[in-house]
Design a protein around this ligand. Structure first.
Ligand SMILES: [Zn+2]
Length: 203
């Protein structure tokens, strides 16, 4: 199990740079493997947008300083997320768009900047219609995640999610991409290891 360190956009209003940046820096120079979840959420707007952007920018700087990737949450904030990806690119920082359900254009922007795109159990839901998005991401930029305890995949939808159930997400993703699930699992494991610099056993 590996930890990450960051401030979620929902909590950006509580971010205090003088207090929190040194704490985050300490964790990131220690065992934390990534900065995040950070990002922008203009759907819930739980924190003011300006504060979300400033908190995200501070974390891009931390990622640059510590050489760690970003785990980015983005919802209804595509233009500003694109600007932040550009800013990260200028700072030599890559990351992953986590639990991604956004536009093809934003995914392409991220991929062009060297980023990864991660899919969750949402892609197993009946209302999921965008298999083209699942095929748009190159093999070497593809991740899967549980987002546990949320977003349990079909056939466990509505239950408390478990990491083991990410296999159902892999199977659905493989079907959309016309790939073999076990091979895709090996690919996403290798991608995870590369992005986060993990010492995981070979799949
Ligand atoms: Zn999120």
């Amino acid at each position: 199990m590996f930890a990450t360190a960051g401030v979620h956009p929902h909590d950006a209003a509580a971010f205090d740079a003088a207090r929190d940046v040194p704490r985050l820096r300490e964790m990131l120079k220690g065992s934390a493997v990534a900065v995040g979840e950070c990002g922008l959420d203009y759907h819930y707007d739980n924190s003011p947008r300006e504060t979300q952007r400033a908190t995200f920018a501070a974390q891009i700087e931390l990622a640059a300083e510590t050489g760690k990737p970003l785990i980015v949450h983005t919802r209804d904030a595509e233009d500003d997320t694109r600007a932040m990806i550009r800013q990260a690119r200028g700072a030599g920082v890559i990351g992953v768009l986590h639990c991604y359900t956004g536009s093809h254009a934003l995914a392409e922007t991220a991929i062009d900047a060297g980023w990864y795109v991660s899919f969750s159990g949402i892609i197993t839901f009946k209302k999921w219609l965008d298999d083209d998005l699942l095929r748009l991401v190159p093999d070497d930029r593809l991740l899967v995640e549980s987002d546990s305890p949320y977003l349990a995949p079909v056939p466990f939808r509505g239950k408390r999610n478990e990491p083991a159930w990410v296999a159902h997400t892999v199977t659905r993703l493989a079907a959309a991409r016309r790939e073999e699930p076990r091979q895709l699992g090996a690919t996403t494991t290798a991608n995870t290891r590369r992005l986060f610099g993990l010492a995981l056993p070979a799949a």
